[in-house]
Design a protein around this ligand. Sequence first.
Ligand code: HEM
Length: 421
Amino acid sequence: MSDHSGAGSAGAPPPGCPAHASAVPLGGLQYQQTPSELYRALRREHGAVAPVLLDDDVPAWLVLGYPEVCYVTSHDELFARDSRRWNQWPNIPETWPLLPFVGYQPSVLFTEGAEHQRRAGVITQALEGVDQFELARECQAIAEQLITLFAGSGEAELMSTYAHALPARAVLWMCGMPQGSEDTEQLVDDLRISLDAGEGDDPVAAYMRVGARLTQLVKEKRESPGPDVTSRMLLDAAALTDEEVVQDLISVIAAAQQPTANWICNTLRLLLTDERFAVNVSGGRVSVGDALNEVLWLDTPTQNFIGRWAVRDTQLGGRHIREGDCLVLGLAAANTDPQIWPESHVGAENSAHLSFSNGEHRCPYPAPLLADVMARTAVETLMERLPDLVLAVETAELTWRPSIWMRGLSTLPVRFTPSVH
Ligand code: HEM
């Protein structure tokens, strides 16, 4: 994968650190079903910053408090993004499962300071050029096509046939891939395999094909630019190289697809299982917009994000953080921090959640709006086309994916009256 050599390696890892003697393994079944209870328990026992163990017992800090997540994300000079700063690299095996997310890549995700501003600025400008009405129209067309594939059968598994399928196509359309072509469908499939491999899939080979196809796209757009994100990135005055644009396109597409898919799925789940919505959506008292926002507070797609690396020894939430320590942003825990919800009522009335993170590295400004267009159009079009949609299993039978990073269902089976239109 990438260069793991420690750019700012701090030497000894925290095993000697007394806090990590009682560190909590981040994982297990509780994450699948009720992570909010686990976060509450962790907060009670450890406070706003908990010592945790990642896969293979690699130590890190989980930042659970709302003010602490805001502090970390707005102090880049203390908590930076280049993972080569990690003091744990000597202990990380080649096959470590989190390497694809943590291993340094020369993309916007791992840049810092002026270089980050340059790269993120290009992405922001390119995304700002997306016409939201046009995106909504395109998403509706994609939604209609996908629904038509299963509408006649009266049943569907919405995670694979809809929630993941729609944003993948919409994002590739934004980037200038022709909608519906065989070529685009192949890329959609390779993206699915590389981001979310199933049994028998080869994610490494799929990732290589994604890289090769996007390299070709960049070449095509360099020769013949169009009204799309890729062309705008290439034409930006920052003059990124083709390699930089390919790296950042991969980041944009991956950063958009998975969280938007889970936002769609978690919103559908809420609408189909919660009586407030089930009874009222058609009556218009509680809107799809309310459901989308409530999900960002209570079942946010990116529940934990890895991460930031301490630039020097410092203090956070009463903990001594050592240079090179890794901090995981506990976005879901921060959203439900009892300090900001003293009455234990988590409201959906505002959008002060941290679901898109915060600070210099937050999800770049137009992206949340574009994700909202995709998710809203996906949910509304489905509800309109299949108005009597219901779950095909009991609510209790729905299972969450065994991931501490993404919050989304394994499957979402539904039933409805078959329709031939
Ligand atoms: C059109 C859809 C989206 C696009 C194009 C997009 C793009 C991006 C990009 C390029 C970054 C990297 C920012 C940087 O390092 O400077 C990012 C970060 C992030 N995005 Fe998004 N995103 C999308 C949707 C979402 C959604 C739906 C969520 C969650 C609800 C989300 C949550 C995040 C988070 C938590 C980060 C990490 C920020 C950090 O490091 O603090 N994004 N996104």
